[in-house]
Design a protein around this ligand. Sequence first.
Ligand SMILES: Cc1cc2nc3c(=O)[nH]c(=O)nc-3n(C[C@H](O)[C@H](O)[C@H](O)COP(=O)(O)O)c2cc1C
Length: 167
Amino acid sequence: MPETLAPPDPGALRACMSRFVTGVTVVTYEGDDGPRGATINSFTSVSAEPPLVLVSVARWARCHDQLLDRPFCVNVLGREQEPLARQFAGTPDAAAPRWAPGSGVPRLDNPLAWAECVPWRSYDGGDHTLVLGQVIALGHRDGDALTYAWSRFGSAVESADGVEHLI
Ligand SMILES: Cc1cc2nc3c(=O)[nH]c(=O)nc-3n(C[C@H](O)[C@H](O)[C@H](O)COP(=O)(O)O)c2cc1C
């Protein structure tokens, strides 16, 4: 039985959901005035055929409209890249982002993993929009992952052999 049948207040909902441990991504794209990005932890892999991933984007975010109509890159952050997560969540001067040279769609330099996407479909998600992207290129490296839970950054240790794949 649920603890309550009344709609949860936003604070209780946040506290409940904060127990779900996630990775941390920065979704990058070409803005009107150059490369831009937004920190997003509501990211999940959805489908293998076609290869689809999902991000949930606040309607009021500056990136919202852009992610619906242009290619973007989901950059999964490594443990040492917490300053980038803060920077792209709106903390000024947390980190000076470096961009991967020669990538068509703006991509961070040296993320733990990345997936370049073209917008596929989008769905109403209340005060967010669920944006599905079709993955057209990807890669990864070895290293520990940045995590987010209890409204705090943390890390998950992983060290697999890294082989970059392009599709
Ligand atoms: C750890 C973390 C995870 C976040 N995840 C999301 C998310 O999944 N969706 C979202 O819309 N905003 C998320 N945010 C908030 C955005 O990063 C923040 O609103 C940012 O300023 C949006 O940038 P923009 O307005 O330039 O697009 C997250 C922030 C943090 C610190």
